[in-house]
Design a protein around this ligand. Structure first.
Ligand code: ZN
Length: 349
């Protein structure tokens, strides 16, 4: 993997991850004004959750025509000046968290506030607009994994960053605003609510992840397994389709994976996505997110794992988050996880 760094015309960083050496980055011709993000984190007094207010993001790009895609290489509206790339990562022009955000008072109206001083990046998996992660060669999936690992290490080193989350939203049903195959990375300045809850469970049982994997591997919901990884539908799945992909070794994040684990992940992850796309006549809309240990406190407790889920509950039906889920975070799932596991097993090969 060959890494080349450059700057866009407004000062944002772009990083190319190439499968062969020799890139000489093209200058960005656009002359963009500097980004001036305003990301403010407020603490909900009722729950303690962090809520981020980002008024500057309301003007962001929404489903542009294919000939104006900002992720296709080299066009006049492109975020990627070079005429081709393997994997390209750049700082989001409309970030939810950004170290350039100005200071905010520590408290207003009795509500704790802080700067959303993290970083948001866009990860382009290929320069082919019509591809998808599941259709890429294994070698390219492997390059994406190296890029995720490298970004995780680099973003974790930014002062104030507490947790790094790499994820892909796929499909308009999920709210995707660009069709070009891509994902995002959020480097949060706080530990997210779901991670806080997992850390509390792991604090009560330090071998939580090992015990869980052992039980799932002995049970009926395994979808795929290899020497280093197992994919299973969790017993208490919240979504109509939900799969967790977990390494057998207790590692905190993608950067800690060894070459053998990364090689097998590229094969199994692509296989898993292909099975998901085979469930219905059209590709599955999904969110696939890498849960990584926090940078600081609790780092030893949380094991890296992927959580993939879909809102599709039948060929032409979508699960909307209604009163119980949205209002109370109390999930009701109409689809038995054991059935989903059997369908995903049957969808392979
Ligand atoms: Zn494109």
């Amino acid at each position: 993997m060959n890494r080349t760094k450059a700057r866009l015309s407004d000062g944002r960083e772009i990083v190319y991850y190439d499968e062969s050496p020799g890139r000489a980055p093209v200058a960005d011709p656009r002359g963009l004004p500097p980004v001036e993000p305003v990301c403010e984190v407020r603490r909900d007094p009722l729950t303690g959750d962090h809520v981020t207010i980002t008024a500057h993001r309301n003007t962001r790009t929404f489903l542009p025509p294919a000939d104006q895609c900002p992720l296709c290489p080299g066009g006049p509206a492109s975020e990627i000046p070079d005429p081709s790339y393997d994997v390209a990562v750049f700082e989001n022009r409309f970030p939810s968290f950004d170290v350039r955000t100005p200071p905010v008072p520590p408290s207003i109206d009795g509500v704790e506030r802080s700067r959303g001083a993290g970083r948001c990046e866009v990860v382009c998996f290929t320069d082919d607009h019509s591809a998808s992660m599941s259709l890429l060669p294994v070698s390219r999936v492997r390059t994406v994994i190296d890029a995720w690992a490298d970004r995780t290490a680099e973003l974790s080193a930014i002062p104030g960053v507490a947790q790094v989350f790499a994820f892909e939203n796929r499909g308009v049903e999920i709210g995707v605003t660009l069709h070009h195959p891509h994902g995002q990375i959020y480097a949060y300045p706080f530990v997210t609510p779901r991670t806080e809850r997992m850390l509390a469970s792991a604090a009560a049982n330090p071998d939580l992840f090992g015990d869980l994997l052992k039980a799932e591997r002995a049970g009926s919901r395994v979808v795929l397994s290899g020497e280093h990884w197992t994919a299973y539908v969790p017993a208490a799945a919240r979504w109509p389709v939900e799969v967790h992909l977990t390494p057998h070794r207790h590692v905190p994040d993608l950067a800690a994976l060894d070459p053998g684990e990364r090689d097998e992940l590229a094969v199994l992850y692509r296989d898993l996505l292909r099975r998901c796309d085979a469930l219905y006549d059209t590709p599955l809309p999904y969110v696939a997110g890498w849960h990584q240990a926090p940078v600081g406190e609790g780092r030893d407790l949380l094991r890296l794992h992927l959580e993939l889920f879909s809102i599709r509950r039948a060929a032409d039906k979508v699960k909307y988050l209604a009163g119980s889920e949205s209002g109370m975070a109390a999930w009701i799932n109409d689809v038995p996880p054991e059935d989903v596991a059997a369908r995903l097993r049957a969808a392979g090969g």
